[in-house]
Design a binder for this molecule. Structure first.
Ligand SMILES: [Zn+2]
Length: 76
């Protein structure tokens, strides 16, 4: 499999943090997806997309499974 963006052939499955915003909060969802080591492009398959959609939907109505690991700060 070659990267469609940079044509590189180093695509490895890695754990990445998908980021969602929830009001002023940011929620990280760790997932494993193939990532191009050259340009960083992520390749989501249908199952991963569905999984993320599901989480996005859940986050709208429940805070279940969330834990605070930091704060989002703004300067000024
Ligand atoms: Zn690439």
């Amino acid at each position: 499999m070659k990267c469609v963006i940079c044509n590189g052939d180093e695509i490895k499955v890695m754990e990445v943090k998908e980021e969602f915003t929830l009001g002023n909060d940011i929620v990280y969802v760790p997932i494993k997806v193939p990532v191009c080591k050259n340009c960083g492009e992520r390749y989501y398959d249908r199952r991963t997309m569905q999984f993320l959609e599901e989480i996005k939907g859940k986050l709208g109505c429940t805070q279940e499974n969330l834990k605070e690991i930091g704060k989002v700060l703004v300067y000024g």
